[in-house]
Design a protein around this ligand. Structure first.
Ligand code: FES
Length: 102
């Protein structure tokens, strides 16, 4: 596996909580009421956690092997394992909220 593979478990090193009880239920899309195939959750001062049935692809459409149903994607821009979070956000003191407002 290459360095982009999620098998390196960056989520555990990054210190964010990961999947928690009460957050794994199916979300419904606003427009159809159908269950969402995947959810994306911005973590306070941390990555975007993607859960569910999704495909991670390059801009050229090449598939990036996520290997599991939940991945943490870097949003601080400093990970050495992009697009995956490697925990660097903590070392660079990345700050971002969980909503548009903060
Ligand atoms: S969000 Fe974790 S390394 Fe960027």
């Amino acid at each position: 596996m290459g360095p982009n593979g999620p098998g390196h478990a960056p989520a555990r090193r990054s210190g964010f909580a990961g999947a928690r009880a009460g957050t794994s239920g199916l979300m419904r899309t606003d427009d159809t009421g159908e269950p969402a195939a995947a959810t994306i959750t911005p973590y306070q001062d941390g990555p975007l956690l993607v859960r569910g049935d999704f495909a991670l692809v390059t801009p050229d459409g090449e598939r990036i092997d996520a290997r599991r149903g939940t991945v943490a994607l870097c949003r601080c821009g400093r990970s050495a394992l992009k697009p995956f979070c490697d925990g660097t956000h903590k070392m660079v003191n990345f700050r971002a909220g969980t909503t548009r407002e903060g």
